[in-house]
Design a protein. Sequence first.
Length: 401
Amino acid sequence: MSKVLVIGAGGVGSVCVHKMAMNTGVFSHITLASRTKSKCDAIAASVLAKTGVAIDTAALDADDVAATTALIAATGAKLVVNLALPYQDLNIMEACLSAGVSYLDTANYEPRDQAKFEYSWQWAYQERFEKAGLMALLGCGFDPGVTSVFTTYTKKHLLDRIDTLDILDCNGGDHGHPFATNFNPEINIREVTAPSRHWENGQWVEGPPLAHKQVFDFDQVGPRDMYLMYHEELESLARFYPDIKRIRFWMTFGASYLKHLEVLTNVGMTRIDPVMFEGREIIPLQFLKALLPEPASLGPVTRGKTNIGTIATGLKDGVQKTVYINNVCDHEAAYAETGSQAVSYTTGVPAMIGAALMLTGQWSGAGVFNMEQLDPDPFMDMLNRQGLPWRVRDLPAPLAF
Ligand code: NDP
């Protein structure tokens, strides 16, 4: 019997529990807990309507380690899937250690008062998880997550040596709003306003945010402007594949999104330090989040597709080759299946797959793991069977930029 506790009732949590309920052979009992219980109950009602599976719900402030530990014990979960916000990662890892269960998340820890995400805080738990004989799997969404699995798969099956790696993340979806974010606005805006950074010849190269643009013609989406950015998986890829000469991450943004972001940044609305307003402290970015559409509300109105993949150039049997692995996900199809658009879908499905591989013992180990350390084959197989099919093709030449 594999009981699981999912924390976080946002778009990603919703997709994940819908997909778990479609795989009851693995997930025998599902509890969804979050700060706002009514959101859990609404998701539970949708899961019941779509799959016929009843899940339990609970109210939880996951920053309260004792309360989280008690809830884990009460549910009998063997694994906690953390789909709350990056701020909760360390507290939920603490609760897992107290309760003696394994842990999975999709985003690395970020302190609230600093727009800085890195793995150091979570890698520091290595010894404690190892000693406890428990597994913590970090970054099991799409990016980070599937992009690292694509890379590991490329190294295992397609290239003997990878020289350059580019991750291309395109959201070709249109939700009709002049400005909205497809996942948590606070996390999203902190990420895209950070300086760009990529790995080149054994060191990090920094640049201003969103300053380096290229156009790429994405399959089933068309040509889009994409921008060089820093992204979480660059850190683990550089750690586990230090010999790759250059690793870069690109994300597409539309002109309207960038225009709004520039103005909001210029007027100070993306600041994360407290400012006094009418006698009380407010954090401008949190106030902005309250004004923007909830990512979950974009589900019914988003049309178009996402296209995310990796392009690797290197050697196979002594010959230079460039291989592209990617997935295309349709916003409307994702919504019809799970009630959420493709950005939540492409994150929630990999989280479910990682959880399934851990609970069935196909992925196992004691300590803190990144996706690069695990066998890509069972994960790639489940992607094809669980709604995120991928395609491999050889490109005629390396990227020209
Ligand atoms: P949402 O903001 O939609 O949902 C987050 C949920 O967590 C909300 O239900 C929120 O509750 C809940 N929550 C926040 N704080 C707490 C707390 N202290 N205790 C309990 N619950 C809490 O985010 P998303 O669903 O879009 O994203 C979820 C996670 O997935 C994020 O960490 C995000 O960074 C990550 N992500 C990863 C991606 C990847 O590819 N790897 C891509 C996209 C997202 P409430 O509603 O009450 O505020």
